[in-house]
Design a protein around this ligand. Structure first.
Ligand code: GDP
Length: 195
């Protein structure tokens, strides 16, 4: 599906460090522990791809991965760490804003929502920022295997209602389980069709 190698490219801490904007690019955002590393690993079929770059001290980096020769996949640091120092959060938010508003080749953001909880206040914050940056985003529910069918349906409905209030939100959400492989092919195909 993605012709060419899938691999970690680099961690970026400032706009000046971004790779040349010469490929279609998607990014992944989500609060810490939402299952972002697991999803990236499932998506790429590489067991430790995301984790390898997620070592402590590098968590404030924007991590670039090559998804074949024609695409970049960008892993944005997890948000919602209550204990993160204010200065760190401010620096990270400035970089995030610059990235979202300044990256010409960014085609879509995938906002990961914990399937057990639905859309929370911290998720709303990133969605507001994506609205303001005019970056189309698509919600991806994670850990679908961890809740009952009824609970999942309820959280899907709650998420749909929340998304409908965001002008930049793509209407269709993708339900996934990295554990069970659910929705991974859909996500892969979605990325592959973006030009
Ligand atoms: P990150 O902080 O967003 O990168 O989250 P991780 O990918 O490290 O996942 C956080 C925790 O949730 C880990 O213990 C994972 O094993 C677990 N997890 C992630 N995705 C799934 C899933 O689809 N199903 C289940 N059951 N657990 C998951």
């Amino acid at each position: 599906l993605f012709a060419g190698p899938v691999d970690f490219v680099k961690g970026v801490v400032a706009m000046s460090g971004m790779p040349p904007a010469d490929r279609v690019e998607v990014c992944f955002a989500g609060r810490s522990n939402v299952g972002k590393s697991s999803l990236i690993n499932a998506l790429t079929g590489r067991k430790n791809l995301a984790r390898a770059s997620n070592t402590p001290g590098r968590t404030q980096e924007i991590n670039y991965f090559a998804l074949g020769d024609a695409r970049y996949m960008v892993d944005l640091p997890g948000y919602g760490y209550a204990e993160a120092p204010v200065a760190i959060v401010a620096k990270w938010q400035a970089l995030l804003k610059s990235y979202l508003s300044g990256r010409q080749t960014l085609r879509r953001a995938f906002v990961l929502i914990d399937g057990r909880h639905g859309v929370k206040a911290v998720d709303e914050e990133i969605m507001d920022l994506l609205d303001r940056s005019a970056v189309t985003f698509q919600a991806v529910l994670t850990k679908a295997d961890k809740v009952s069918r009824a609970e999942l349906e309820q959280n899907i409905e709650q998420s749909r209602a929340a998304l409908s209030k965001h002008p930049a939100a793509y209407p269709e959400l993708i339900v996934t389980s990295s554990e069970k492989g659910l929705g991974i092919e859909t996500l892969r195909a979605t990325i592959a069709t973006l030009e």
